[in-house]
Ligand binder design. Structure first.
Ligand code: IPD
Length: 274
């Protein structure tokens, strides 16, 4: 089985590097932008082209493996079905709003699950040239340097990461503002980098102590979750229970002591499921 995971990992790295070249080339060019679920939920021709390119590359080598891709699901409106089969879960550009506005925090995110558990996570930020990688039980790395999440245990000494997300339903927006207010009251501050995958890598790299978001999808976080866990961080549902991969929300923190202090300060949103 290890040999099989190694072969999948080698292809995953090659796919990520090639996807990164496409994203980097398109980053400086004019983009054609369309909207999906809301006026703030964006997609460009590069998201679609990268997804098709990597889908074809993966299927050429592994025709029987399952594939879950953000844009494929947006086009067909299908529900995600996560099975025990080896499954490649791709977000061709995580941080599409950054990509459209030429903010450098854009990433290609690729996770592979076997038996519904992530075994490989790759987040490549091609503009900043940061390649984050993790394999189950083997640690997390950025450009081959081992990552270790921070050791902060007190909420009042922590730096949080949160996002506005793309939902514009007034009740959702209000609850998110309430949560930012609460984080400002209880912590050193908050940051919002505009890519769920990169946010998780920031916690893994010790550039922030926790990250919480309601409204994310499995393709946004699956790779970053493994990278954060392999760097020693903890991940759970924002209410404190076990993370559900299809429930569209997550909390990640650098230590087990910190993570339990966060659910009580938040207003919890139910964003449906993938
Ligand atoms: C988005 C980013 C963003 C988060 C949104 C996601 P996309 O993914 O991860 O940080 O706030 O909830 O939808 O649309 O750029 O792939």
């Amino acid at each position: 089985p290890d040999k099989e995971v190694q072969a999948i990992y080698d292809l995953a790295l090659e796919v990520a590097r090639k996807a990164g070249v496409l994203i980097r080339e398109a980053f400086v060019k004019e983009k054609s932008v369309e909207t999906k679920d809301s006026e703030a939920d964006l997609v460009t021709e590069t998201d679609q082209a990268v997804e098709k390119f990597v889908h074809d590359m993966i299927k050429a080598k592994y025709p029987d493996h399952k594939f879950i891709g953000e844009e494929t699901f947006a086009e067909t409106g299908q529900k995600c079905e996560l099975t025990d089969e080896p499954t490649w879960i791709i977000d061709p550009i995580d941080g599409t709003t950054n990509f459209v506005h030429r903010v450098q925090e854009v990433s290609f995110s690729l996770g592979v699950t076997i038996n519904k558990k992530p075994v490989i996570g790759i987040v490549y930020a091609p503009v900043k040239e940061e390649m984050f990688t993790a394999r189950l039980g083997q640690g997390a790395f950025c450009n081959d340097q081992r990552l270790k999440a921070n050791s902060i245990t007190e909420l009042k000494k922590s730096l949080g990461i949160v996002e506005g997300g793309s939902a514009r339903d007034p009740a959702v927006v209000q609850d998110k503002i309430t949560n930012i207010h609460s984080i400002l009251k209880n912590c050193h501050g908050f940051r919002a980098y505009g890519s769920c995958a990169i946010n998780l890598c920031h916690v893994a790299a010790g550039r922030g102590d926790f990250y919480v978001e309601y409204g994310v999808h499995i393709w946004d976080f699956i790779a970053g979750v493994l990278i954060a866990q392999e760097a020693g961080a903890s991940v759970c549902d924002p209410e404190g229970g076990e993370l559900s991969l299809l429930r569209r929300r997550l909390l990640c923190a650098c230590t087990p002591e910190l993570i339990v202090q966060i659910p009580p300060i938040l207003t919890h949103l139910d964003m449906g499921s993938d």
